[in-house]
Design a protein around this ligand. Structure first.
Ligand SMILES: *Cc1c(COP(=O)(O)O)cnc(C)c1O
Length: 397
């Protein structure tokens, strides 16, 4: 079958929940992807902020192959070495105390919400606790995660979701205070909003949230699924501000392609929330997934991934700012580190499709924003190449 025929088969067999770009990707190498016809693409999406280390990293691949030959799955009723070692390394880079491995980001959010409710339940025995989330947030597609996702279009067809969620405005402390009641048990937000348009939480806002949470024993949950794992130039974005969450979620780049996420908590929450029997997963934290996490965390250190982010990100910002000055159709550059967005006056679908034809993979965040979340190993030369293809795609010749 040729590529077009594969795509036709896909459209017959897969549920149409994505409007997919018309290519079948087959292999990758570094920051390059290749479709099944052999066409090469420069990748500025990384599977949506996932493949931080670049494709075909030999050490990573060998670690997975080695684990496959030992054991892929056990059960959480038994201990396995990769999970123990991955948890230790994850604690070290995050400064958190307790880890629960999940299969995805949404599941990490589900676990975080359950932990917060249980913490509050153990305090006062009530079953009507409330959670505050932010407008324009994105936390995933399952019922709990969707309930705290601040996009009515995603939520409405599936209501009723889990109840007692209130929404506030990001970076607006008064709007948060207006939603606080004696039933509030947690506040959840992305340290940098991803899908919602590459909007960082401001330092003061985070600090005031932390103080409010401390004062009222409300748990602060930071969703670092997209902005974590080095993308902002810090292992976790909150580390820039020293505003430590009580519960944190991580996924996407955590396994660099192997489906794995985690929610982490401080000892204070860990010792007063989920207990044996309260939560579980068949696959979560299995040896294969955790071998990936362990290797990813090792390679972040050995290959100085975060140093590279801090080196290349200012250059990416500069080049994007230049584009903004040059083209009237670009309104704004937003974001931080290697998590950037260009806000256009008009929908960006046409530009992204032309970029694809020109050999560059980009993705949107909402209709009018092009999002840049490349592998964290990109170079300034890759940035120049991306900018030149993007320019050709903005102004087709
Ligand atoms: C992608 C994402 C999720 C959901 O993760 P999945 O692995 O797709 O379930 C949750 N929160 C944020 C901030 C995300 O970017």
């Amino acid at each position: 079958m040729n590529m077009k025929e594969y795509i036709e088969e896909a459209e017959k067999d897969l549920l149409h929940t994505y409007n997919r770009y018309q290519i079948v990707l087959e292999r990758g190498d570094g920051v390059r992807l290749y479709d099944m016809e052999g066409k090469e693409y420069l990748d500025f999406v990384a599977g949506i902020a996932v493949f931080a280390l670049g494709y075909h990293n030999k050490e990573y691949n060998d670690a997975l192959k080695g684990q496959i030959d030992k054991i892929i799955h056990t059960s959480n009723y038994y201990y396995n070495k990769p999970a123990i070692q991955a948890a230790k390394k994850l604690k070290k880079v995050s400064g958190m105390d307790r880890v629960f491995f999940t299969n995805s980001g949404a599941e990490a959010v589900e676990g975080a919400l359950k932990a917060a409710r249980k913490y509050a339940y153990l305090k006062d025995g009530r079953t009507d606790h409330e959670i505050i989330a932010m407008n324009h947030s994105f936390h995933g597609r399952t019922f709990g995660a969707l309930a705290v996702t601040g996009n009515p279009k995603y939520r409405e067809p599936f209501e009723p979701l889990i109840g007692n969620i209130r929404f506030a405005k990001l970076n607006d402390m008064e709007s948060v205070k207006a939603q606080i009641t004696d039933k509030t048990c947690a506040i959840i937000l992305e340290t940098v909003q991803g899908e919602g348009g590459l909007i960082p939480a401001e330092e003061n806002f985070l600090k005031e949230l932390r103080a409010l949470c401390d004062e009222r024993d409300i748990l602060l949950i930071l969703d670092e699924i997209q902005c974590g794992m080095g993308r902002t130039g810090y292992m976790y974005a909150w580390q820039k501000y020293g505003v430590k969450p009580d519960i944190m979620t991580t996924a996407k780049a955590l396994g660099c392609g192997v489906p794995v996420g985690a929610f982490l908590m401080t000892e204070r929450v860990g010792s007063r929330s989920l207990e044996a029997g309260d939560h579980g997963t068949t696959y979560g934290g299995n040896p294969l997934a955790c071998a990936a996490v362990e290797k990813v965390l090792d390679l972040f250190e050995e290959e100085h991934i975060i140093d590279n982010v801090n080196k290349v990100a200012p250059y990416l910002e500069k080049r994007l700012d230049e584009l903004k000055e040059k083209y009237g159709c670009i309104k704004e550059r937003r974001g931080t580190g290697l998590m950037q967005g260009l806000v256009f006056e008009e929908p960006v679908g046409g530009i992204i499709n032309r970029a694809l034809e020109n050999g560059l993979i980009l993705i949107n965040a909402g209709p009018n924003i092009i999002r840049f979340v490349p592998p964290l190993i990109i170079t300034t030369e890759n940035v120049d190449e991306m900018i030149s293809i993007l320019e050709r795609s903005i102004m087709p010749v």
